[in-house]
Design a protein around this ligand. Structure first.
Ligand code: AGP
Length: 611
C-alpha cells in the first residue's frame, strides 16, 4: 500500500519521481505528492486524487531539484485530501517525509509533540515522524540518518519511511519496519522505492532492506545500518523482469494485458520444473524426501485471490498425497490457536510477498516449529527472506490491482508442489503422475485457446453489466473458481456478487434467486457433474439466467445455458486454471461496460502491507 519513490543524482528529479510514481500508482491512488530538494530548500507539492491531478497542478511551474521523494497514497489515517497527502513536513519546512504503513502510537506521540510546541497540518499518523525528526536534529545536532535511527526506536507499528532534509540536499534516508523498501544504484544516482517496477528503467540489481534497517542513500552509493546503529551489508538481488513487462504494451488496461499474458506466464512458471525422466523438480524446495515423508499435515495460509488458489490446491494436495490439508485465511490463522509442530508444512501464498497478515501467519508458523514454503511472484520480497523455502511463480510484474495471471500461476505452482510431495512420498502411481504432468504441460496452449472466448465473454458482460446481484456457484475445486470469479467481479465492477458451493445454496442463498438473476455456474468437474446440473436446475426453476463454464462440446450444459463459455478439457484438479479465465474476462468487460477503470478499483491497493 502506498507507492514511495526517491531519487538523488545529477538529473532533474521531478520527471524521474513522477515516472516511478506512475509505475507504483497501483499501490494507492488517493493522492500524490513530491518534495524536491534544491539549494533553496525543499519544495513540497501535493494533491488529492490520482497522480494525473498532481501532474496537472505542476504544469507550467514544475519544482526543480536533483533530489527528491514522491508518494502515491492509500489512505489509512485521514481522508484523501490535499492536506493529508504526503510528503509531510516539520514546522520549519526543512524536513519532508513519505510513509507506507501505520504508526500505531501516533496519537500519543502527537500529544507529546504538541505539548512541546509543534504545529500539525494534517490528520495523518505520518506527520509525527517529520516533527520527531525535527526535534532529534535540533536536540542532537545530528545528521538526518542519525535522527531517523533515534526516531525509529520510538515508533510502533509498520512503517517504510523515506525522508529528506534541506541541510543534506543530496541525501535520502529510508527506514524499514515491515513494509518493503528497495534501493537501486547506478554510477551517479541513488534510488529508493516501495516496489521493483519503479527501479526497472535504471537497474535490475536491487537491494531490498531487511526489517529494522535504515539506509542513507547518496548519488551512486548507499550505507545501511541496523536499528541498533551497526553498519550492515545488504545483498543484491537480480530481478528477471524487464522494463517493458511493467508497461501496458498497447493494451487498454494492465488487467487485460495480464489476462492475455497467461499462456507465457504459465509456461515460465513450469519451465525447468520437470525432468527428463518425467518427474517434478523443485530445486528451491531443498528438503530431502525423508523430511517430506515425515510431514503429517499441510496448512495453507493466504488472503484474497491467493486464498482461492490455496483452496483449489487443498483438493490436489489431499488427493495426490493423502495428507490432510487445513486452509486458513492468513488474517485469522494466528488467532485461532492452531495446532502445529515440526511435522507440519505451512504453505504461505502471497503474490506480492508483502501481505502483512500472510507474513504474520508465516512468522507464527515458524515459531510453532513448522516448516514454511512460500509461493510468491516477487523476488526479494519479505516472504522470500523469511520462509524456509520459496516457490516462485514466474508471472512477471502484475500491475492491475485485480490478480489474474498470478492466480493461474499460483494454481500451477501449487499443483507442482502437490505433485512434488506426492512423488517424494510415493503416494501417487507412476502412470497417474506422468498423465498429470502431461496434462499440466498442455495447459499453456489450452489457456491460449481459452482466451479465444473473449468475444463470447464480452457479449455476456454487455448483457449482464447492469445486474445488481450475481451468484457464482461450483462444486469441488469449482467452489474456489466460483469464489474467485465473484471476488474479481465485485472488486473491479462494484457489482454485488457472491461465490457459493452449489450444494449449499438451498440452505439459504437460494432465497436471493428471482426472475432474471444471473447465476454463473462452473460445470467442468466430472465427479459432481450430475449434482451440479441438479443445482443449476434448481436456480433455473426459480427464474435464474445461467452463465455456464463447461467443457467444450457439452451439449447437456449448452441446453441450459443463457450464455456459455466452453473451455478445453483437462484433468478435473487442473481445471481451475482454465475455468477462471473467462471469469476474469467477464469481470473486466463488466467493469468496462460500467465505465470503471479495472486497474484501479476504489478503496483497494495491490499490496496490503497493513493488518
Ligand atoms: C485480488 O484480485 C486482490 N488484489 C487481493 O484479494 C489479493 O489477492 C490479496 O490482497 C492478497 O495479495 P497477495 O497475494 O499479494 O498476498
Amino acid at each position: 500500500m502506498c507507492g514511495i519513490v526517491g531519487y538523488t543524482g545529477r538529473e532533474e528529479a521531478l520527471p524521474i519521481l513522477l515516472d516511478g510514481m506512475r509505475r507504483l500508482e497501483y499501490r494507492g491512488y488517493d493522492s500524490a505528492g513530491v518534495a524536491l530538494l534544491s539549494g533553496e530548500g525543499i519544495e513540497v507539492s501535493r494533491k488529492a486524487g490520482p497522480l494525473d491531478a498532481l501532474v496537472q497542478e505542476l504544469e507550467g511551474h514544475p519544482p526543480s531539484g536533483t533530489a527528491g521523494i514522491g508518494h502515491t497514497r492509500w489512505a489509512t489515517h485521514g481522508a484523501p485530501t490535499d492536506s493529508n497527502a504526503h510528503p509531510h513536513s516539520d514546522c520549519s519546512g526543512r524536513i519532508a517525509v513519505v510513509h507506507n504503513g501505520i504508526i500505531e502510537n501516533h496519537e500519543h506521540l502527537r500529544r507529546q509533540l504538541e505539548r512541546q510546541g509543534h504545529r500539525f497540518n494534517s490528520e495523518t499518523d505520518t506527520e509525527v515522524v517529520a516533527h520527531l525528526l525535527e526535534a532529534k536534529v535540533a536536540e542532537r545536532s545530528c545528521t538526518l540518518r542519525e535522527a531517523a535511527l533515534a526516531v525509529a526506536s520510538e515508533l510502533e507499528g509498520a512503517f517504510a519511511l523515506v525522508c529528506v532534509s534541506s541541510a543534506e540536499p543530496d541525501v535520502i534516508v529510508a527506514v524499514r519496519q515491515d513494509p518493503p523498501i528497495i534501493i537501486g544504484l547506478t554510477a551517479d544516482a541513488g534510488f529508493v522505492a516501495s516496489g521493483i517496477p519503479a527501479l526497472l528503467p535504471y537497474t535490475r540489481e536491487v537491494m531490498p532492506l531487511d526489517n529494522r534497517q535504515v539506509a542513507e542513500i547518496r548519488p551512486g552509493s548507499a550505507r545501511v545500518f541496523s536499528f541498533s546503529g551497526d553498519k550492515v551489508s545488504v545483498d543484491k538481488v537480480t530481478v528477471e523482469w524487464d522494463e517493458a513487462a511493467a508497461e501496458r504494451g498497447g493494451f487498454e488496461d494492465f488487467m487485460l494485458k495480464e489476462i492475455f499474458e497467461q499462456p507465457d506466464a504459465a509456461r515460465d512458471t513450469m519451465r525447468s520444473r520437470f525432468d527428463e525422466s518425467g518427474g517434478v523438480v523443485l530445486d528451491e524446495v531443498h528438503w530431502s524426501d525423508e523430511t517430506l515423508r515425515r510431514i503429517t499435515k499441510v496448512v495453507v495460509v493466504a488472503c484474497g485471490t491467493s486464498f482461492h488458489s490455496g483452496m483449489a490446491a487443498k483438493h490436489a494436495i489431499e488427493h495426490w498425497t493423502r495428507l490432510p490439508v487445513e486452509l486458513d485465511l492468513a488474517s485469522e490463522f494466528r488467532y485461532r490457536d492452531p495446532v502445529l509442530d515440526d511435522r507440519s508444512l505451512v504453505v504461505a501464498i502471497a503474490q506480492s510477498g508483502e501481505t502483512a497478515d500472510t507474513l504474520a501467519a508465516l512468522r507464527f508458523a515458524k515459531k510453532m516449529g513448522a516448516s514454511v514454503v512460500a509461493v510468491t511472484n516477487v523476488v526479494g520480497s519479505s516472504i522470500t527472506r523469511e520462509a524456509d523455502a520459496v516457490l516462485f511463480t514466474h508471472a512477471g510484474p502484475e500491475i492491475g490491482v485485480a490478480a489474474t495471471k498470478t492466480f493461474t500461476c499460483q494454481l500451477i505452482a501449487l499443483n507442482l508442489l502437490a505433485l512434488y510431495l506426492a512423488q517424494a512420498r510415493a503416494s501417487m502411481p507412476a502412470d497417474k503422475l506422468a498423465e498429470t504432468i502431461e496434462a499440466m504441460q498442455a495447459l499453456p496452449d489450452q489457456i491460449e485457446e481459452t482466451l479465444l472466448l473473449q468475444d463470447d465473454v464480452h457479449r455476456a458482460a454487455k448483457r449482464y453489466a447492469m445486474a445488481t446481484d450475481i451468484l457464482f456457484i461450483g462444486r469441488g475445486v469449482g467452489v474456489a473458481v466460483a469464489l474467485e470469479g465473484a471476488l474479481k467481479l465485485k472488486e473491479i465492477s462494484y457489482l454485488h456478487a457472491e461465490g457459493y458451493a452449489a450444494g449449499e445454496l438451498k440452505h439459504g442463498a437460494i432465497a436471493l434467486i428471482e426472475q432474471g438473476v444471473p447465476v454463473v455456474g462452473i460445470v467442468t468437474g466430472q465427479a459432481l457433474y450430475e449434482k451440479m446440473l441438479a443445482n443449476i436446475a434448481e436456480v433455473r426453476a426459480r427464474g435464474a439466467e445461467t452463465i455456464l463454464v463447461a467443457r467444450r462440446g457439452d451439449e447437456r450444459v449448452r441446453a441450459i445455458a443463457n450464455e456459455l463459455f466452453e473451455v478445453p478439457t483437462t484433468k478435473p484438479l487442473l481445471s481451475p486454471v482454465l475455468d477462471s479465465i473467462p471469469l476474469q474476462m467477464f469481470a473486466y468487460f463488466v467493469a468496462k461496460e460500467r465505465g470503471l477503470s479495472p486497474d484501479k478499483p476504489r478503496n483497494l491497493a495491490k499490496s496490503v502491507t497493513v493488518e
